[in-house]
Design a protein around this ligand. Structure first.
Ligand code: ATP
Ligand code: MG
Length: 418
C-alpha cells in the first residue's frame, strides 16, 4: 500500500469544519484591518528564499525542499510566505501604486523538519504583510490583528512577547559586545551556537537548548543599545498596545538573525502547546524589499501556524454544519419525484440528501439519523400521485403533509431557525 509522506497530513472531513472556521475567522479579521488576499505560488526559484530568508538560518541551512527543474534551474517549495509576497510586490510594480499596501495569505508551507506534534513538513500559515510605512501604529495594527484573531478563537493562555532589534547601526554597535560575551561562554554552548558566534551571533540568544539558554542568561541586552529613534519607535509601539488593552511581556532574547529585520520583533505563545509553543511570530523588515531589488520600502508582518491553532481551538467554537433535509422516496413514481425534490431544495440553498441504496422506510430513517438531518420527507407513489409528501421532524417525530410545490419555501422559512 502506498502511504502519505512522513510529516505530511491529510485533513479528513471530520476536521475540515475546524479548519474552515479558523480560515474564515482569519479572513474576517484581515478584512477588518484592511488587508487584501494575495495568492502566491507554492514554488519559486531557490535564490529568492536563500537571499530573503538568509543563508545562515535553520530554514535555508537544512529545512528547504529544493529540486532541479528539467532545465537545471534550482526550485524550492515555499518554506514561508513573505519572500513570495515581496517578490510579487516588486515584480508587479506595486510600489508605483499608492502606499501603504496590505496583503494577507493563507496556505501550505514546506520545511524538512523532524515531525512531531505541532511540527510538520507540510503545514499551513496565515500571514500578513503591511508594506510602505514605518509608522509604529502599523506595527501595532499587525500585532493587534494577530492578537484579536487568536483571542476571538478563544485559544487558551496566550502571551504576547515583544522586543526591539534596533536599527542596523544599533546592531552594529551591539554585536561586537555580544560576540565578546559569547566567547567567554563558548565551552557551555551547543555545537550549532559555537558556529553561530561567527555566522549569526544574534541567533544564539534564541537557541532552545537549555545549556545555551543558561549560558546566555546574563548576556548584554540589545535594548540597551537602542538609538533615540529606535527607542522612540519601540516606546510608541508599547504605549499604543497598552492603550488598546493588549498586554505584553518584554523578552530581550526574542531575535531574528537577519540584517533586514529591525525594530519590532514579536511572538505569540501559548503554554498549552508544550515544546512547540509559538503560535505566530512577526516583526519589521524594512530592508527586505530593497534587498530583493525593489525601491526601499519599510514593512511589517507576521505568520501564524494553523496546525497549532487547530490543536488549541476549543471544540465548542467550531460550528456544526448539519444537512437540513433527508428525502426518503420509494416506488416507480415516488423515486423520480424524490430526485426532483432534492434538486428543488438544493436550488433554493438548502442542504438536502438521500441514500439511493435504501429501499425501506426503516433504512431511509436510519440514514437520515446518521447524517443528523433535522427533517425527513417521506415520498412514495401515493404521495407523488397526490402531489404532496409527509414531512417528519426527526427530533419530535411529528409528521405533517405538505404539497410538493410548497416544500422548498416551507423549509427555507424553517431553516431560519435551524
Ligand atoms: P519554531 O521556533 O517553532 O521552529 P519558526 O521560528 O521556525 O518557529 P516562523 O518561521 O516564525 O516559525 O513561522 C511562524 C509560525 O508558523 C510558527 O510560530 C508556527 O506556529 C508555525 N510553524 C513554523 N514551522 C512549523 C512547522 N514545521 N509545522 C507547523 N507549524 C509551523
Ligand atoms: Mg523553525
Amino acid at each position: 500500500m502506498i502511504k502519505g509522506i512522513k510529516g505530511v497530513k491529510d485533513i479528513l472531513p471530520e476536521e475540515t469544519p475546524r479548519w474552515r472556521f479558523i480560515e474564515e475567522t482569519a479572513r474576517q479579521w484581515a478584512d477588518r484591518y484592511g488587508f487584501h488576499e494575495i495568492r502566491i505560488p507554492i514554488f519559486e526559484v531557490t535564490t529568492l528564499f536563500a537571499r530573503s530568508i538568509g543563508a545562515t538560518t535553520d530554514i535555508v541551512e537544512k529545512e528547504m525542499y529544493t529540486f532541479p527543474d528539467r532545465d537545471g534551474t534550482s526550485l524550492t517549495l515555499r518554506p514561508e510566505g513573505t519572500a513570495g509576497t515581496v517578490r510579487a510586490f516588486i515584480e508587479h510594480h506595486r510600489g508605483a501604486d499608492p502606499l501603504p499596501q496590505k496583503y494577507f495569505y493563507i496556505g501550505p508551507m514546506f520545511r524538512h523538519e523532524r515531525p512531531q506534534a505541532g511540527r510538520l513538513r507540510q503545514f499551513h500559515q496565515f500571514g500578513v504583510e503591511y508594506l510602505g510605512t514605518q509608522d509604529p501604529k502599523a506595527d501595532v495594527d499587525v500585532i493587534a490583528l494577530l492578537w484579536r484573531f487568536l483571542s476571538d478563537l478563544r485559544l487558551p493562555d496566550l502571551t504576547l512577547e515583544i522586543n526591539s532589534l534596533g536599527t542596523s547601526t544599533d546592531r552594529a554597535a551591539y554585536l561586537p559586545v555580544l560576540v565578546a560575551f559569547l566567547q567567554t561562554r563558548v565551552g557551555q554552548l551547543c555545537e550549532n551556537c559555537r558556529r553561530r558566534i561567527d555566522t549569526n551571533p544574534l541567533r544564539v540568544l534564541d537557541c532552545k537548548v537549555p545549556a545555551c539558554r543558561a549560558a546566555t542568561e546574563d548576556a548584554p541586552h540589545l535594548t540597551s543599545y537602542l538609538s533615540p529613534e529606535a527607542k522612540d519607535h519601540f516606546d510608541q509601539v508599547l504605549s499604543t498596545l497598552s492603550a488598546l488593552g493588549i498586554s505584553f511581556r518584554l523578552n530581550p532574547r526574542l531575535v531574528r538573525g537577519l540584517d533586514y529585520y529591525c525594530l519590532t520583533a514579536f511572538e505569540i505563545t501559548s503554554s498549552h502547546l508544550g515544546a512547540q509553543n509559538a503560535v505566530g511570530a512577526g516583526g519589521r523588515y524594512d530592508g527586505l524589499v530593497e534587498l530583493l531589488g525593489g525601491q526601499p520600502t519599510p514593512a511589517v508582518g507576521f505568520a501564524a501556524g494553523l496546525e497549532r491553532i487547530a490543536m488549541m481551538l476549543p471544540s465548542e467554537r467550531v460550528p456544526t454544519l448539519r444537512p437540513s433535509v433527508y428525502v426518503a422516496s420509494f416506488g416507480a413514481e415516488g423515486s423520480p419525484a424524490g430526485v426532483r425534490l432534492l434538486d428543488a431544495l438544493r436550488q433554493v440553498g438548502l442542504s438536502a440528501l438521500s441514500d439511493y441504496r435504501a429501499t425501506t422506510l426503516k433504512a431511509h430513517l436510519r440514514q437520515a439519523d446518521r447524517a443528523g438531518c433535522r427533517f425527513a420527507v417521506l415520498l412514495g407513489d401515493d404521495e407523488a400521485r397526490a402531489g404532496s409528501a409527509v414531512v417528519r421532524d426527526m427530533e419530535s417525530k411529528v409528521q405533517e403533509t405538505i404539497p410538493l410545490t410548497d416544500l422548498p419555501r416551507y423549509f427555507v422559512a424553517l431553516s431560519k431557525n435551524f
